[in-house]
Ligand binder design. Structure first.
Ligand code: ADP
Ligand code: TYD
Length: 201
């Protein structure tokens, strides 16, 4: 079996993805691995510009359909400019979110748009991670954590708690449906979670 080189973290807002992506990156670098840590939306200069459009402003600024187009445009640039070159150079890529976020946030929260998400993904991205950690958390606690950061990028947090509960179910279904996904209990000390994540690798 070849070791996973493209690893993603997924989950609801505030579930601890960024923290775990960073801890895994630190651990792998300490072991001498060449790791690119990146994120979505963003991860390349063009995609970071699209990020600003998506994460600021009123919740009703974009419909879910328009979001699918913008997130996919950002992902295409991220893949072309950051992810694929790093993988081609033999590096490990760790991404804080990728296409599974579009499947859940755009595909399953405001009507069933999953078919459109998958079609556009196949057409413009056509690549899945080797391994995905889905961090599961109580949505109320995660929302408090996320909003406490006051990042100014809270457009999706501003949809409220029921939205986060729908997302949680979406991520659990996704984790069950794909062999590349590992479900992680995020209601624990960050170091305990990091050890479990590292053990899977
Ligand atoms: P995400 O990237 O999923 O939004 P973050 O890693 O940014 O989540 O974490 C959100 C907030 O919660 C941060 O302030 C972070 O320090 C804190 N946090 C992360 N993991 C844990 C944990 N296991 N227990 C308690 N607080 C955490
Ligand atoms: P992120 O910065 O990871 O937010 P958080 O730290 O709160 O988890 O992601 C930004 C937001 O964008 C987050 O609310 C999820 C949303 N998002 C989508 O709706 N679709 C997508 O395809 C991606 C990548 C993110």
């Amino acid at each position: 079996m070849t070791p996973p080189r493209f690893v993603t973290f997924e989950g609801i807002d505030g579930s601890g993805k960024s923290t775990q992506a960073r801890l895994l990156t630190d651990r792998l670098r300490a072991a001498g691995q060449d790791v690119v840590l990146t994120r979505e939306p963003g991860g390349s200069p063009g995609a970071e510009e699209i990020r600003q459009l998506l994460l600021t402003g009123n919740p009703d600024r974009w419909t879910a359909e328009t979001e699918i187009l913008l997130f996919t445009a950002a992902r295409r640039d991220h893949l072309e400019k950051t992810i694929q070159p790093a993988l081609d150079a033999g590096k490990i890529v760790i991404s804080d979110r990728f296409a599974d976020s579009t499947r859940v946030y755009q595909g399953a929260t405001r009507g069933d748009l999953r078919g459109i998400v998958d079609q556009l993904h196949n057409l413009m991205i056509g690549r899945e991670p080797d391994l995905t950690f889905v961090i599961d958390m109580d949505p109320a606690t995660a929302l408090d954590r996320g909003l406490a950061r006051q990042s100014g990028e809270d457009r999706f947090e501003d949809f409220g708690l029921p939205f986060q509960e729908t997302l949680r179910h979406g991520f659990l279904a996704l984790a069950n449906a794909h062999r590349r996904c590992v479900l992680i209990d995020g209601n624990r000390d960050p170091d305990a979670i990091a050890s479990e994540v590292a053990a899977h690798l």
